[in-house]
Design a protein around this ligand. Structure first.
Ligand code: NAP
Length: 322
């Protein structure tokens, strides 16, 4: 049995691991088999993470997080959690490979998953012109016409990035008001390859093998039109990944994990949450990292409150078990 298992490998999970490892909790961090590193793995320039005045690439930043967590004794496991049993004094974590791990405390930092539009053609043409990741797929759209759906920072960032490849990038947004920060909006507006289509929603994505066009509806007058393009990048936000815990932990009306005040304490003793999974508002790498710190400190205090012999047993077992 472990003292602490951390689930999630974004800025929240790794920061929790750095703090917990430095507090001699020898955490085990489960990083996912396919999406290790979280959302920053799909980001190019990160310009707003303190300490990097010249910016840093998302994957490079995550590699640094991981190296720092491992340096202090975090053990990273590349597998998926398929089941969680969180209600007892001993938490049980089942991995995709069938292993069942036990711990006295769990930090749940699984982040959020890209939202879909829910329109016809979206699933069928996913990977055939429909994408949620400009940095992964942008390269395939050299000299092509593409569109980005959304009005937030992600949409602006993706649109700007995609102009490196595409001949033309439309930004399709459902209202007149962009949610993106002023600096990101301005950068997109200044880009000669970007054209905004405001008050518009995508109704249908069409094409046989590959996307050839989308049907767009005007949200003001209801008229429909066809927009020819080769690719559609969807950047309409994300939802907290709570599927493993939604029937065990209390959630908020936003679907995020409910925590006690400014702490990371969830509705179950010994279970702590960190990062985007509890934050419907700020959702920045640096706020997620701060939230990971809170969770590690809360977990440390919780473990310190347990009878010494129980913690000692878990601590001695760490040396021999994964
Ligand atoms: P977001 O801020 O939630 O924006 C989502 C956008 O998609 C909104 O404009 C929303 O429209 C639109 N939308 C939502 N559902 C839709 C639907 N079904 N159909 C059409 N449009 C839909 O999400 P985000 O842009 O992914 O950003 C998430 C967080 O990460 C934010 O806090 C953001 O600041 C941060 N972020 C920061 C950076 C950076 O600083 N470099 C980069 C990327 C993201 P409405 O506005 O009408 O609701």
């Amino acid at each position: 049995m472990r003292q602490l298992i951390i689930i999630g490998s974004g800025p929240a999970g790794y920061t929790a691991a750095i703090y917990a490892a430095r507090a001699s909790l020898a955490p085990l961090l489960i990083a996912s088999s396919v999406e290790a590193g979280g959302e920053l793995m799909n980001t190019t320039d990160v310009e707003n993470y303190p300490g990097f005045p010249d910016g840093v690439q998302g994957p490079e930043l995550m590699a640094l997080f991981q190296a720092q967590a491992e340096k202090f004794g975090t053990q990273v496991v590349l597998d998926d959690v398929v089941k969680l049993e969180l209600d007892g004094d001993v938490k049980r974590v089942t991995l995709g490979n069938g292993d069942v791990l036990e711990s006295l405390a769990v930090i749940y930092a699984t982040g959020s998953a890209y939202r879909k539009l829910g329109v016809e053609g979206e699933d069928r043409l996913s990977g055939h012109g429909v994408s949620w990741c400009a940095t992964c797929d942008g390269f395939f759209f050299r000299e092509k016409v593409i569109a980005v759906v959304g009005g937030g920072d992600s949409a602006m960032e993706e649109a700007n990035f995609l102009t490196k490849f595409a001949s033309k990038v439309y930004v399709i947004h459902r209202s007149e008001n962009l949610r993106a920060s002023e600096i990101m909006q301005e950068r997109a507006r200044q880009n000669p390859k970007i054209e905004f289509l405001l008050n518009k929603v995508v109704e249908k994505i069409e094409g046989d093998e590959l996307v050839t066009h989308v049907i767009v509806r005007d949200t003001v007058d209801g008229s429909e039109s066809t927009l020819e393009l080769n690719g559609l990048f969807i950047a309409v936000g994300s939802d907290p990944r709570v599927h493993l815990v939604h029937d065990q932990l209390e959630l908020t009306k936003d679907g995020t994990i409910r925590v006690d005040g400014r702490s990371s304490r969830t509705s179950l003793t010994g279970v702590f949450a960190a990062g985007d999974v509890l934050d419907p508002t700020y959702r920045q790498a640096v706020t997620a990292a701060g939230s990971g710190t809170v969770a590690a400190l809360d977990a440390e205090h919780f473990l310190a409150s347990l009878p010494r012999e129980i913690v000692a047993k878990a601590a001695s077992a760490e040396a021999v078990t994964v």
